[in-house]
Design a protein around this ligand. Structure first.
Ligand code: FAD
Ligand code: NAI
Length: 465
């Protein structure tokens, strides 16, 4: 007889393992199935955590190399031990892997290792170490996403790399070409530029960073160019060819301008695709849309009523915390609660230096939704803490609804923007007005004082600008 569960979660990334823990905490008998021997999914193993570890240490190295002597801090030459840096990254992942294992155990979530495959909407066959067939009253698909490649340039993960390869290179390339100046390209391009590579971007759009506020996108590009990153914008890669020890890339602009780049390593970061390989969704009656995402309703329910899908495998922002929020919501729905996810209040951070963090609508997006807005803008050039630490690039933009003064968006480019953006999520969640945010007292001298000033600027009342 197959083992029976209230909830079976497929995939132990930040969507899946969080859904499993929340389900167990709500008293549901829960199983999580993961095909890899390690827990934590893309985020912990080949995504958020390794990239942020490399970003942090490469920034320390770059700052010490290029800047500190100018402020009167002198020390003998600093060297980079790339192998040790990669080992440091591995150690961080291992520690957190064990942490998730401990959490599953503590919450009495059963964990099986193997590839899950639907036999019906309630039955799952596990193929691998813990091979068996299990039955679930409810099933949550949290199988994530995988990097997209270019049709004529498949990943070999040594010269043509995805983010996964970029997180495990054996040495720093002399020249790295990055196709796509979205989040992955900007973050991992920054890492290798700081470690000594010449980094050149080819981006189809005429701006970097996807849907960022236009002023922030421009300011970020300028700041990254100062650091040495080079951008060819408005150029779509048309052909790419692997040569003996390099890769040749041809790109073309919409006006027909041609570009050719040669590099010893190419990072292809042109987006990710939902991952549903060999899940046998048909057996469960679970449908996908034409881009391969699992179709869901506003309750995260698939076309099979007892099967839910969360995280990167469904349409929406591909973010770890979004996957986790959806995991919690589904667990609570299964337990009979009435949860909801406020997608507008989900923040987004690009961990470049300076960071860019956004939540809610840009002014353009708000207008696109038929909303009339007022905008407050405050530059870090006018923030005293930014002067203390010579980090004056960037700004805060507050977008508020004209009629109600309710905050619709907060956009920050600066050091620590990823930490500060929580103020914006709170403001959106609680329906705070720009007036009220401008009345909040922030400690001095801090970067976050710029949030208060930008909120005051919505009513043309900023003090320092
Ligand atoms: P995943 O984390 O992809 O987990 C899915 C899991 O399902 C995997 O472990 C997989 O092995 C397993 N699986 C798949 N199919 C099966 C099957 N049939 N049977 C059993 N198991 C299966 N997001 C952020 O919010 N912040 C960041 O800083 C950030 N940085 C990133 C950096 C990089 C380089 C990349 C690539 C991504 C980054 N992301 C970041 C995105 C983030 O990693 C994803 O949004 C997040 O991991 C999605 O979570 P998930 O649970 O939906 O899927
Ligand atoms: P992306 O969607 O952010 O950027 C891809 C870029 O490639 C776009 O700007 C696009 O215009 C460009 N592009 C596509 N085809 C092209 C071509 N043929 N030639 C030139 N340019 C081309 O995708 P990315 O960077 O791969 O990241 C995938 C996902 O991972 C993101 O959606 C993000 O949500 C997640 N992620 C999140 C991070 C974070 O939260 N800090 C960090 C890294 C990834």
């Amino acid at each position: 007889m197959s083992e029976e569960y209230d909830v079976i979660v497929i995939g132990a990334g930040p969507g899946g393992y969080v859904a499993a823990i929340r389900s167990a905490k709500l008293g549901l008998k829960t199983l999580v199935i993961e095909k890899e021997s390690h827990l934590g999914g893309t985020c912990l193993n080949v995504g958020c955590i390794p990239s942020k570890t490399l970003l942090y240490y490469s920034e320390q190295f770059y700052e010490d190399q290029s800047h500190r002597t100018k402020y009167g801090l002198e020390f003998s030459e600093m060297k980079m031990n790339f192998e040790k840096l990669m080992q440091t990254k591995g150690g961080v992942i291992k520690g957190l892997n064990m942490g998730i294992g401990g959490l599953l155990k503590k919450n009495k979530v059963t964990h099986k290792i193997g590839h899950a495959r639907f036999k019906s909407s309630t039955e799952i066959e596990i193929d691998g170490k813990d091979a068996s067939t299990v039955t679930g009253k409810n099933i949550i698909i949290a199988t994530g996403s995988a990097p997209r490649d270019l049709p004529d340039l498949p990943f070999d993960e040594t010269t043509v790399i995805s983010s996964t390869g970029a997180l495990s290179l054996k040495s720093v390339p002399k020249k790295l070409a990055v196709i796509g100046a979205g989040v992955i390209g900007l973050e991992l391009g920054s890492v290798y530029q700081r470690l000594g590579a010449e980094v050149v971007f080819v981006e189809a759009l005429d701006h970097i960073g996807g849907n960022l506020d236009a002023a922030i996108s421009k300011a970020l590009q300028k700041s990254l160019e100062k650091q040495g990153l080079k951008f060819h914008l408005g150029h779509k890669v048309t052909k790419a060819e692997k040569k003996e020890s390099s890769v040749e890339i041809d790109a073309e602009s919409s006006s027909g301008e041609k570009l050719q780049i040669q590099a010893d390593v190419v990072l292809v970061s042109i987006g990710r695709s939902p991952y549903t390989n060999e899940l046998n969704l048909e057996a469960a009656g679970v449908e996908k849309d034409d881009r391969g995402f699992i179709k869901i309703n506003n309750q995260l329910q698939t076309s099979a009523a007892n099967v839910y899908a969360i995280g990167d495998v469904v349409d929406g922002p591909m973010l770890a915390h979004k996957a986790s929020e959806e995991g919690v919501a589904v667990a609570e729905k299964i337990a009979g609660h009435n949860p909801s996810v406020n997608y507008l209040a989900i923040p987004n951070v690009i961990y470049t230096a300076p960071e860019v963090a956004t939540v809610g609508f840009t002014a353009e997006e708000a207008k696109g939704h038929g909303l009339k807005v007022k905008v407050g803008n405050f530059p870090f050039l006018a923030n005293s803490r930014a002067h203390c630490v010579d980090a004056k690039d960037g700004m805060v933009i507050v977008v508020a609804e004209e009629e109600t003064d309710r905050i619709l968006g907060l956009h920050i480019m600066s050091e620590h923007a990823g930490e500060m953006i929580a103020v914006g999520s709170l403001a959106l969640e609680m329906g705070v007005t720009a007036k009220k945010l401008g009345q909040l007292c922030f400690a001095h001298p801090t970067f976050s004082e710029a949030i208060k000033e930008a909120a005051l600027a919505v009513h043309k009342e900023a003090i320092h600008f």
